[in-house]
Design a binder for this molecule. Structure first.
Ligand code: ADP
Ligand code: MG
Length: 247
């Protein structure tokens, strides 16, 4: 369980003034839940994710994971970013293995996990390829595999499919959902795509503009796989768009 309580964050801005980014954000995410955050660009979504990842300290408030205050990054919470963050000089297999090597996992264990994860994300046969030989969708699969081998309980995803064309994005959305047959993650997923949020999430947290406050939390009860053209689907998507327009 993740308990986010009263998180606020202010950054110094270019003048002497300060820019308040997050204002008193509280949110509890249960085990196995898929929660999306949508909101206008620059409102503080990535900042909140970095705080939960343990990469940034909030000014006020705290984040508890399974009842314990976080004090820095952990294998248990893994971040997947939009721009893949792969090392261009390393093969797919070595990119996937990186975190395990840093943490000095057993060699045989590393090999086994690389095979398992690469297979799971559909990249078998590309182990020896380099990032420049892959499409955007394949690069993001490598980044997801790199997260999975660390066996996190919490996946933090910051617009992971934002740079992909809509067909690849839909395919990866399905692949992401199918991973949940293997393990029950908590997923906190940031997106600016309302359709993607409704397709994937158990709950959608809609942020207002700067400073970000929670405008509304929408529960999506439709069973998966969801039909993007159904009236219930469109109703929720339209609600998110309405909220984005400030209604
Ligand atoms: N380390 C930082 N120092 C100063 N300003 C920052 C820093 N990180 C983010 N910001 C500012 O905070 C605001 C929110 O950023 P971010 O969380 O990345 O927004 P979002 O992900 O919702 O688009 C932006 O205006 C950004 O310029
Ligand atoms: Mg962002």
């Amino acid at each position: 369980m993740i308990e986010i309580s009263n998180i606020s964050k202010t950054f110094p801005s270019s003048s002497d003034s300060e820019l308040s980014i997050l204002n008193n954000i509280s949110l509890t995410i249960k085990d196995g839940e898929f929660v999306s955050i949508v909101g206008p660009s620059g409102c503080g979504k990535s900042t909140l994710l970095r705080i939960i990842a343990g990469l940034l300290l909030p000014d006020t408030g705290e984040v508890l994971v399974n009842g314990k205050a976080i004090d820095g990054p952990s294998n248990n919470r893994f971040v997947v970013f939009q721009d893949y963050c792969l090392f261009p000089w390393m093969t797919v297999a070595n990119n996937v293995a990186l975190g395990m090597k840093v943490k000095r996992f057993d060699k045989n264990d590393i090999k086994e996990k690389i095979n398992w994860a690469i297979n799971l994300v559909g990249l078998s046969g590309f182990e020896k390829s380099y990032p420049h030989q892959l499409s955007g969708g394949m690069k993001q699969r490598v980044a997801i595999a790199r997260a999975l081998v660390m066996d996190p309980d919490i996946l933090l995803m910051d617009e992971p499919f934002g740079a992909l064309d809509s067909f690849t994005r839909m395919k990866l959305q399905d692949e992401l959902l199918s991973m949940y047959n293997t393990k029950d993650f908590i997923t906190l997923f940031i997106t600016h795509d309302s359709d993607e949020a409704v397709y994937l999430s158990d709950r959608i947290v809609v942020f207002s503009g700067v400073p970000a406050e929670i405008k509304e939390i929408i529960e999506v009860k439709a069973p998966r796989p969801r039909d993007r053209t159904s009236p219930e689907f469109m109703k929720i998507r339209n609600r998110i768009i309405e909220l984005g327009r400030g209604k």
